[in-house]
Design a protein around this ligand. Structure first.
Ligand code: IPM
Ligand code: MG
Length: 356
């Protein structure tokens, strides 16, 4: 049966990077991997066409798909829209709608890029961290939320940080399962010294740990984790944390690898249906200029083959093609350094397709 893939290019550099990922997937399709691609709009693109960042048209296509491949959403022209209509809300809505609670963000340093990191090469060489971020709860979705004028006539903004036990249990299981397949080390990140929500989180993680005696579990406050990621990132194997801390720490971790343009991600639901997207944003400043780095999106397509379609061979083949192209010295602007060959977004695509 054909693998039914919904493709959501989105805004900014989204269409450019998605085009390159599709070219890579087309190579596999020509060789016989049965895939169908159905495009739909999300974010600002969807607002322009349908007046909503996650319109019914897109909901239908995504609900029927086996997996979703997404570019990026957002742009300055949408910043003045009513909050529920902004592109980012489309992204949050699709995550919630498809129940994509487990966000996997691997931060892996390709040896060729050791000098592209702002940290010393010896600090990051060999880096391979998996950040497991809870994606459908926390202060991102907690109610009540909003802006109001209080009884004293003072304006205020408010959100609610909340996690239920089942939410913490299921993400903890995902993280422990991943740790079992890797270095068997899991660090749970919280702010249990101040926030009850995360004190509760820690308690549940400790309970789930009883089912995984082989995994070495540690706990770290999020401020310390932010520091340790810069000081000695190789101490980490798998990290698990809530939505907001995961958002922040995964951006930080991406820079250890040289560029956020390298960081893929998978967001999975309970039946392994997944949405795959680069961890970076829509980069409106370089949109339409053929300058973006398509590698995070191409690596996200590889994650799709691995996690939703159990096709380890195809996933590895894409990853090896990326390695080969980096080893041959090709670099987009974000990872360029003297002595390497600077290429455009589509030229990077050409090279990776050729290396396949
Ligand atoms: C991410 C992004 C999103 C998030 C934004 C665009 C809503 O920063 O995927 O990390 O905060 O989750
Ligand atoms: Mg983010």
């Amino acid at each position: 049966m054909a693998l039914n893939i919904a493709v959501l290019p989105g805004d900014g550099i989204g269409p450019e990077i998605i085009a390159q990922a599709l070219r890579v997937l087309e190579v596999l399709k020509k060789e016989g991997l049965d895939m169908t691609f159905t495009e739909a709009p999300l974010g600002g693109q969807a607002y322009d066409q349908y007046g909503h960042p996650y319109p019914e048209f897109t909901q239908d296509i995504c609900r029927k798909a086996d997996a979703v491949l997404l570019g990026a959403v957002g742009g300055p022209q949408y910043d003045t829209l009513d909050r529920p209509l902004r592109p980012e809300r489309g992204l949050l809505a699709i995550r919630k709608d498809l129940g994509l609670f487990a966000n996997l963000r691997p931060a892996v340093l390709f040896p060729e890029l050791a000098n592209a990191s702002t940290l010393k090469p010896e600090v990051v060489a060999g880096l391979d961290i998996m950040i497991v971020r809870e994606l459908t709860g926390d202060v991102y979705f907690g109610q009540p939320r909003g802006m109001r004028t209080n009884e004293q006539g003072v304006r205020e903004g408010f959100n609610t940080m909340i996690y239920s036990e089942p939410e913490v249990r299921r993400i903890a299981h995902v993280a422990f399962d991943i740790a079992m397949k890797r270095g068997k080390k899991l660090c749970s990140v919280d702010k249990a010294n101040v926030l009850e929500t995360t004190e509760f989180w820690k308690e549940i993680v400790i309970d789930v740990a009883k089912e995984y005696p082989e995994v070495e579990l540690s706990h770290m406050y999020v401020d310390n984790a932010a520091m340790q990621l810069i000081r000695n990132p190789k101490q980490f194997d798998v990290m698990v944390t809530g939505n907001i801390f995961g958002d922040i720490l995964s951006d930080e971790a991406s820079m250890l690898t040289g560029s956020i343009g390298m960081l893929a991600s998978a967001s999975l639901n309970e039946s392994k249906k997944g949405l795959y997207e680069p961890s970076h944003g829509s980069a409106p400043d370089i949109a339409g200029k053929n300058l973006a780095n398509p590698i995070a999106t191409i690596l996200s397509a590889a994650m799709m083959l691995r996690y939703s379609f159990d096709n380890e061979a195809a996933a590895t083949r894409i990853e090896n093609a990326v390695k080969k192209v980096l080893a041959a010295g090709y670099r987009t602007g974000d990872i360029y350094e003297e002595g390497t060959k600077k290429v455009s977004c589509s030229e990077m695509g050409d090279q990776i397709v050729a290396a396949m």
